[in-house]
Write a protein that binds this ligand. Structure first.
Ligand SMILES: *Cc1c(COP(=O)(O)O)cnc(C)c1O
Length: 408
């Protein structure tokens, strides 16, 4: 009898989003006349910008002509896109990244989930808490997490991000092999300042760990002194892998395109006294298990880097940032403790009167028909907070604030 990978059975149910959906459905059934306003979604709502749509149409036409049709593309992604990325996201900022260190994919979630395969099974993982669930779950599937007890995996090192440390992770007491850092952070909205990130890069070099740096929200950074890429820190080329995505920066959540940067200098011990470059292992992995992001989608991503693409996508990001400011201002006026929202599309809001995340979620849902995301669902340190997103429509933001003012 074939047996299952038992680690899949150890996974905790995706409690957060199924439970919020269940409660929203129950509320809707009880009061069908009331429109529910959601500031809970972690998805973009604005359509793709015109220059991206035009690039898609052109690429679709090419695919229908014998002379311009494309079949399998390069596993690492087309050079036109890798070169545009390197030129504009790295070299233009003085960062030394080469096109053959960039890997195009169908999403940062897949890359972040798959990447742990390159590490030894016994490797120790550190994650920020609260955190985007993908890092933990992919390591649970790989059998790296140990037992689940009292809300935590015993072999995972949690880096609490709380009000006391300004939601910035401190180094753990024991040494991890892999450290997932997400900045700007989902869900707290906190971005790592340069000195904090420098401490992490120095620590990784000293201790021999690899930093898996998720900067999916890089485009939302507004404070000019904050690093937008980990490679702005000296020595990061030796210890850091950077994951980025067009999902939030250009509205590609449904189109699917992302990239991972793997400098040749990031190496792992080969167990025989030598070192092996992660970049070469990832190329081998992708060539074996992946056939690339669609040509038309890569042309669409390339259009984001055109002068007009820059303008159009920046306008969408700015609209989201303005929405975030509006929500933050409105919530503060109501006396709530609000964090984030300045360098990220997320606001991390303290529940009033010591309510738990779920109690405050229920209160907002029942009394205001308003949906947020309970912070406890992102990890134990998220208890006592809820997350609001700024991806929604400005009209919904205003409606949400109006309703909140009536109940708080
Ligand atoms: C949305 C998001 C991503 C992007 O995932 P895609 O698969 O590229 O859509 C990555 N990391 C975090 C923390 C996110 O919230």
């Amino acid at each position: 009898m074939a047996s299952v990978n038992r680690h899949y059975l150890e996974l905790q149910g995706s409690y957060l989003f199924s439970e919020t959906a269940r409660r929203v459905a129950a509320c809707r059934a009880a009061r069908p006349e009331r429109r529910i306003v959601s500031l809970g979604i972690g998805d973009v709502t604005r359509p793709l910008v015109p220059v991206v749509i035009a690039a898609l149409h052109r690429a679709v036409e090419e695919m229908g002509q014998e002379t311009t049709f494309r079949g399998y593309g390069p596993e690492q992604g087309y050079a036109f896109l890798r070169e545009a990325i390197v030129r504009q996201d790295y070299q233009a900022r003085g960062l030394d990244i080469a096109p053959d260190e960039v890997f195009i994919s169908d999403g940062a979630k897949s890359d972040l989930g798959n990447f742990q395969e390159l590490f030894a099974p016994e490797s120790v993982v550190a994650v920020m808490d609260p955190v985007y669930p993908v890092y933990v779950d992919s390591n649970v599937m790989a059998g790296r997490a140990g037992q689940f007890r009292d809300g935590r995996w015993q072999r995972i090192l949690y880096l609490p991000c709380t009000r006391d440390n300004a939601f910035l992770p401190d180094r753990p007491a024991t040494r991890p092999d892999m450290v997932y850092l997400c900045s700007p952070n989902n869900p707290t909205g906190a971005a790592l300042p340069r000195d904090v990130l420098r401490q992490w890069v120095d620590y990784a070099r000293r201790e021999g760990c690899v930093i898996l740096f998720d900067s999916a929200y890089e485009a939302f950074v507004t404070e000019p002194e904050l690093p937008r890429s980990i490679y702005e820190l000296e020595g990061a080329r030796e210890v850091a892998v950077e994951f980025r995505s067009f999902s939030k920066t250009a509205g590609f959540t449904g189109l699917r395109c992302a990239y991972t940067v793997l400098p040749r200098d990031v190496t792992l011990a080969d167990g025989r006294g030598g070192r092996v470059a992660l970049r070469d292992l990832w190329l081998r992995r992708q060539s074996s298990r992946y056939n690339g992001c669609p040509y038309i989608v890569q042309r669409a991503a390339e259009a984001v880097y055109s002068p007009q693409g820059r303008i159009e996508t920046a306008a969408d990001v700015a609209a989201c940032q303005a929405n975030a400011r509006r929500i933050a201002q409105g919530l503060r006026r109501l006396g709530l403790g609000v964090f984030g929202g300045v360098n990220a599309p997320y606001l991390w809001v303290q529940t009033p009167q010591g309510l738990s995340s779920w109690e405050f979620f229920d209160l907002l849902l029942d009394r205001a028909g308003l949906v947020c995301t309970p912070g406890a669902g992102f990890g134990l340190s998220g208890e006592g907070y809820v997350r609001f997103t700024a991806f929604g429509k400005p009209a919904d933001t205003e409606e949400a604030l109006r309703r909140l003012a009536l109940i708080l």
